[in-house]
Design a protein around this ligand. Structure first.
Ligand SMILES: [Zn+2]
Length: 325
């Protein structure tokens, strides 16, 4: 479910065509080709209509660059794709909260809601949204939805946990079906399949995992957004499909305890669908649209973040809720 496709072709004005893989294979050759064609317009052929690009020179090296305002017009699978800033709550985080280092993202994650913006950290729920998006799980096309089952989704999520550091440390997540074992894991990510009141805590079971029960004590339950979705500590109830991500602590008695819990409600296609957004998102799926769901992260009040962006048009189109069409 990760969509990057390095084989997307680039076409130069003079008709020359090559892929990014070809370009990446030999740096000297790449620099020579880009230098020779630096005045030409380039078209990235990741969409049926193509996206215009150009070549820039920085400190003596040549690079491909999207034309201003067009980076979000590339296909989601294209290496040149960057989400439009206004389509995501991610823009509200400071460099302290998120930075990208070569092949990794580094996130600062803390349980309390950040003040701001700019936010200096992610809540666990927002961090889960980040993983979801990085794994391409907020994208819906009629084709991917048909194939979207639990196993590939779990594997995609587990794979992206290796590309992200939380508070400068590896995430080391247990994801049922995708992880081999739970030993040494510091996080759990999974779909809640059952909850029940135990004597001292609430027991949580995850889909595709018959082996473990995870325990959430009263304080953690009440201080976490899980209580907004799955009922009070006194009366927990399984509601809509909910994914959680939490820190895992194995007690000396051998109990798996959860704390710093983040949640993500999803629809039947496992697309993020927060309060009241399930219906319009289901409608888009039903109408076989290609789109991606936009996420607000911790900027929950930011109405300028669209519900979704349609990508089956010549140019991406943002949809706001309530839907106009
Ligand atoms: Zn492209």
């Amino acid at each position: 479910m990760e969509y990057t496709n390095e084989k997307v072709k680039l076409m130069f004005e003079g008709g020359l065509e090559f892929t990014r893989t070809w370009l990446a294979a030999d740096d000297q050759r790449a620099q020579r080709v880009l230098r020779n064609h630096k005045e030409e317009r380039v078209n990235c052929l990741c969409t049926p209509f193509g996206v215009p690009m150009h070549i820039v020179c920085r400190e003596g090296r040549y690079f491909l660059a999207s034309n201003p305002g067009r980076a979000s017009h590339h296909a989601l699978s294209c290496p040149s794709y960057h989400p439009a800033e206004e389509a995501s709550g991610l823009r509200h985080y400071s460099g302290e909260a998120i930075c990208r280092a070569s092949h990794h993202y580094k996130l600062a994650v803390r349980p309390e809601a950040p003040t701001g913006p700019p936010f200096d950290h992610f809540t666990p729920s927002a961090a889960l949204q980040f993983l979801w998006e990085l794994a391409g799980l907020n994208v819906c096309t009629p084709k991917t939805v048909a194939r979207r089952s639990f196993l590939p989704l779990s594997r995609s999520l587990w794979r992206v946990t290796h590309k992200v550091l939380f508070n400068k440390r590896a995430i080391r997540a247990y994801v049922p079906l995708a992880s081999r074992e739970i030993d040494g894991c510091q996080h759990v990510i999974g779909q809640v399949s059952r909850i029940h009141r135990g004597k001292f805590a609430i027991g949580v079971n995850l889909a595709a995992d018959r082996e473990h029960t995870f325990w959430v004590d009263q304080k953690q339950w009440q201080n976490s957004p899980i209580s907004k979705l799955l009922g009070t500590y006194e009366d927990p109830k399984l509601a809509d499909t909910t994914w959680l991500m939490a820190r895992l602590w194995l007690s000396p008695k051998g109990n798996f305890n959860l704390y710093h819990i983040g949640v993500l409600p999803v629809n039947d296609q496992l697309l993020p669908s927060y309060n009241g957004l399930k219906e319009p998102i289901d409608k888009l799926v039903e109408n076989r649209r290609r789109f991606f769901v936009c996420q607000r992260y911790d900027a929950i009040d930011d109405d300028s973040v669209p519900l979704a962006v349609l990508i089956d048009r010549k140019e991406p189109q943002s949809l706001y809720y309530p839907l106009l069409s």
